[in-house]
Design a protein around this ligand. Structure first.
Ligand SMILES: [Zn+2]
Length: 262
């Protein structure tokens, strides 16, 4: 599933469309449009507009125009092709090839084109996407913002640390693989109540969150973490060799090391 790193690669590729004018919108699959919007109303809103920039908020890619913005959410298997070039040659979840049958949405510009492909059809394109219920972007989150995101109210013990990291309304962009890798590097148990972190632990989590995202962006994506190869029965902690444990935290399969993650 594309997490913020993959969407960051999409953003970098989409950036080359800045300055181009939208001549036509192709919607081979109307299901790709969010909020029940019709292809016709989308065309009326953006055809003739110029792309100003491509920005990312968590897993949301926003194409700002000189009119309304276009928001792209990639779901489980979405991806981008710009001028025939794939953002990512091969994703963990995809066969590594691009099929025109998977194109759900396309923009033809005065020069070149942008295609949104999505074999499993969970991705969506929206007009002026609502970002009001999204937390701060994980790549830009400050330690203070992270602290506020984890300081939940309500009855004890409150949500688990990992569940909170994956809650897009708390912090935007972290998915299952990144969540496990960050907590493993930060030596924090995923099932701990989010609100139980001491100030020093919070600083450590923030440091590892920032460093993990930078490191894996450089390596090539969410699936390039140190823990990745050990996410299976019999897998061992790359730090201390202990058998890893598999649990379900926040409804998601979680691999972690009971020896060094507390
Ligand atoms: Zn360990």
């Amino acid at each position: 599933m594309p997490e913020l790193l993959e969407v960051e690669y999409f953003r970098r590729l989409a950036e080359r469309c800045a300055g181009r004018t939208i001549l036509h919108i192709d919607v081979p699959d109307a299901h790709a449009l969010a909020d029940g919007r019709s292809p016709r109303s989308l065309r009326q809103a953006v055809v003739g507009r110029r792309i100003e920039l491509a920005r990312r908020h968590g897993k949301l890619l926003v194409l700002e125009t000189d009119g309304p913005a276009l928001g792209l959410r990639f779901g489980m298997t979405g991806g981008l092709v710009v001028d025939g070039e794939l953002a990512i040659d091969r994703l963990l979840y995809s066969p590594g090839t691009f099929g025109t049958a998977w194109v759900r949405f396309g923009i033809r510009f005065d020069e070149g084109e942008l295609l949104f492909h999505d074999p499993r059809r969970f991705g969506r394109v929206s007009l002026d996407p609502d970002e009001s219920r999204m937390g701060p972007d994980a790549m830009a989150v400050t330690a203070a913002e992270l602290g506020r995101a984890l300081a939940t109210r309500g009855p004890a013990p409150g949500p688990a640390l990992k569940a909170r990291l994956l809650d897009q309304s708390a912090i935007a962009g972290i998915g299952n693989l990144l969540g496990d890798e960050i907590l493993w590097r930060a030596s924090l148990a995923p099932s701990r109540p989010a609100r139980s972190l001491a100030p020093a632990e919070l600083r450590r989590l923030h440091r590892h969150l920032v460093a993990t995202l930078a490191d894996l962006l450089e390596r090539g994506g969410s699936h390039t973490g140190d823990l990745m190869a050990e996410r299976h029965l019999g897998g061992r902690c790359p730090k201390d060799g202990s058998p890893l444990e598999r649990s379900t935290v926040g409804g998601r399969t979680t691999w972690w090391c009971p020896r060094h993650q507390h």
